[in-house]
Design a protein around this ligand. Sequence first.
Ligand code: NAD
Ligand code: IPM
Ligand code: MN
Length: 372
Amino acid sequence: MAKIGVIAGDGVGPEVVREGLAILGDVAGLDGLETDLVEFDLGGERYLRTGEVLPDLALEDLRKCDAIYLGAVGHPGVPPGVLEKGILLRLRFAFHQYINLRPVRLFPGVETPIKNKGPEQIDLVVVRENNEDLYVGAGGFTYKGTPEEVAIQTSINTRAGVERCLRYAFELARSRGKSRAFPGLSDDDRSRGYVGQVTMVAKTNVLTFAHDLWMRAFTEVSLDYPEIKPDYNHVDACCMRMVVAPERYDVIATTNMFGDIITDLGAVLQGGMGLAASGNLNPDRTAPSMFEPVHGSAPDIAGKGIANPIAAVLSLGMLLDHVGAPKGAEAVRRAVARVLAAGTPRTPDLGGSSTTAEVGRAVREALEDDAR
Ligand code: NAD
Ligand code: IPM
Ligand code: MN
């Protein structure tokens, strides 16, 4: 029995999670998985009603789950940061979800805004460090609200935290085993025996303490993976290169802050925020991992029933992989691929006029067809 904690959250969160859960009901049986869904009422509405963000009791109940499925948090009526830090970041830290895995994959049939690029060129994975950097919340104010005010927000980088992130990225590159067609590797690289690549993305030319630590850890860890090519880009150049030559990336390993930024860019490469999935992973399995779309609560379209549920559905696929249901995970990805290849139904973000529910239903129908 897999206990799945569900935090539908705010805005479009509940709208897309509903579709994911309906699909979970359809595919769990493929791996003989029995699920026990536990819903948690967390988010802006609860905060405005009770003043509670994430009570300790709820955190402990979430800890008992095998995985967490989250929609989004963030509410226009709540000051920025209260819910994002109080729920999302608190869970990522409390449960040692130190990897934020964010695949960037263009499905056939989906248009990317990048000229002359297709599914062959857009297939990379961002390994975002998820427990350190500016996200730790180290800092504070002095003389707040006065002309002499000082605000400090410090980036924390530990050798152990950086190293485990980099190791995860190298292991992932090893398991991906890029095909011969991967242009990130030259003939010369192949003759040296490289079968994959990890690009570390940082800013060693300015952050000469924090990212010097990153670079030294990268160089050392890379020695344990002689078949993986170590590659490095400054983050500004990475933004440029993700647009002009996304095919040159295999696995990107980066810091929490930079990973946040480049994965919205990555979402656009794969067709938009409505398609980008993610997993906050505790690879040691000492606490639950949490799966959620890369997007937020999208207040601009919330309540209209037109949010694209596919990012949430693909995140469910990642959850299934994590809880040992690989057949269900693959079935979800095949069904999504079929719906996207068919070109319809599509929500407005993909140029269509269908609803969230219609797209969810189409994925379920594709699953049924697949099972026949
Ligand atoms: P957002 O990702 O919510 O929205 C950015 C744009 O993408 C909007 O135009 C939105 O309509 C569109 N979009 C997002 N998801 C979509 C979907 N499923 N289908 C179609 N279009 C979609 O980012 P934002 O507007 O910067 O943030 C809104 C709120 O969400 C803020 O409170 C922010 O803090 C929060 N947020 C939460 C998470 C999370 O819970 N993981 C992630 C990002 C932002
Ligand atoms: C994301 C979001 C979060 C982040 C916010 C809401 C805290 O933008 O998951 O990408 O910055 O990690
Ligand atoms: Mn983000």
